[in-house]
Design a protein around this ligand. Structure first.
Ligand SMILES: *[C@@H]1O[C@H](CO)[C@@H](O)[C@H](O)[C@H]1NC(C)=O
Ligand SMILES: *[C@@H]1O[C@H](CO)[C@@H](O)[C@H](O)[C@H]1NC(C)=O
Length: 370
């Protein structure tokens, strides 16, 4: 009797253990969706801390509103766009690919390959010296996949990458830190603006195709913001506080062609792989009517100096606003966490005016069914 009971008990507990381990195995497989991030300072969450570059956000007051209240390399007072996407989707934030903490199971969360200062072109951001250009970010993505294969096998790695969410943000620096960096820049002597934009789109196509070859199947692609309206450009190029015309013209040429490129690629692939996030309009909403979004200004940066706090860098010696939530721009180029939250809200639930062919909530609902 006792023998039988203990026997059935042990086979019962064996069954439970088996079930639990199968369950945890499958949990390991399909747990949270991985997230990969590529691009520039709008999405870099600390890679440049590990590089010899002048494009860095690793000293105060950067990070003043981050949970640790310390600088992390994010170009924000607090969280940036990928952080808020992770938060809203219930995922762990991604670590910078160069972080020594990115090992073991943490790799399964995904990785952030972005590097402040980079652009579509290799010659963008050369003044920042050692940054991870987009080609190198993609090489690191391959290296990442080899590392994860060693952990969970090649097949599961492929599955993890294919089912991941990807975000890529490029283009702004190709104007601000290249074509318009100095008067008579090499690129501006080489190309008229419309030809330069076509060249950027031609190069961006190759980058996105490579991302697809490397296994990305859901890729959010942001356009440029209203580059002429950032405090740095107001300070340098605007007398009256109106957005700088040339940079606005660049954005108005680049963004529609990018959206067209993405829909061409999708047609070619016969799948909605690439999703256009109209970050221009998302920004423009609060730039043109800051009060409606709870900001006191969209022209003056919280941290900086000179007109519009738009001159130079945000440093410990800069002017600093007491309440960052009241400012659309944190520093001369980058939105505040509050503004980033407004942008992510539109990415999640925006109408077709903002997200094409669909918003992130629809993507999540669609992908959870397959
Ligand atoms: C950028 O550099 C990489 C690596 O050297 C090269 O493969 C790529 O073709 C270059 N891109 C452009 C636009 O020149
Ligand atoms: C998000 O996208 C879905 C599908 O396109 C749409 O039904 C929904 O209305 C969108 N959300 C909003 C707030 O527009």
């Amino acid at each position: 009797m006792t023998k039988m009971m203990s026997c059935s008990f042990s086979s019962f507990s064996f069954a439970i253990i088996l079930m639990l381990s199968l369950f945890s195995f499958s949990l390991h497989k399909v747990e949270a969706r991985a997230f990969f991030v590529f691009g520039d300072s709008l999405v870099d969450n600390g890679n440049n801390n590990y590089l010899i570059t002048s494009a860095r956000a690793d000293s105060p007051p950067y990070g003043i509103d981050y949970p640790s209240h310390r600088p992390t390399g994010r170009f924000s007072n607090g969280l940036n766009i990928p952080d808020i996407i992770s938060e809203q989707l219930g995922m762990e934030p991604t670590l910078p690919y160069l972080s020594p903490e990115l090992t073991g199971d943490k790799l399964l969360v995904g990785a952030n390959f972005a590097s402040a200062g980079v652009g579509i072109l290799n010659d963008t951001g050369i003044q920042f010296l050692n940054i991870i250009r987009i080609g190198k970010q993609l090489e690191y993505f391959e290296q990442y996949q080899r590392r994860v294969s060693g952990l969970i096998g090649a097949e599961q790695t492929q599955q993890l990458v294919n089912s991941a969410l990807v975000l890529i943000t490029l283009g702004g620096n190709d104007f601000v830190n290249n074509y318009y960096l100095v008067p008579f820049s090499a690129r501006s002597r080489q190309f008229a603006l419309p030809d330069y934009v076509r060249y950027l789109i031609y190069e961006y196509r190759k980058i996105l195709q490579k991302l697809y070859e490397l296994g990305a199947r859901r890729v959010l692609v942001t356009g440029t913001g209203p580059m002429g309206c950032v405090p740095a450009e107001l300070a340098q190029r605007s007398r009256t506080g109106e957005c700088a015309v040339e940079l606005q013209r660049a954005a108005s040429l680049f963004n529609p062609q990018l959206t067209q490129l993405l829909s061409d690629l999708n047609a070619q692939l016969a799948a909605d792989v690439f999703v256009a996030a109209n970050t221009y309009t998302m920004h423009m909403d609060f730039v043109s009517n800051p009060q409606a979004y709870g900001f006191v200004t969209s022209k003056i940066a919280c941290c900086g100096q000179g007109p519009y706090n738009g001159i130079g860098l945000c440093t410990p010696l800069s002017n600093l606003c007491p309440n960052r939530d009241l400012y659309a721009f944190w520093d001369p180029f980058h939105p505040s966490e509050k503004a980033n939250r407004i942008i992510v809200q539109q990415i999640l639930t925006g109408s077709s005016e903002y997200m094409n062919p669909m918003n992130l909530s629809s993507i999540m609902a669609l992908d959870s069914r397959t």
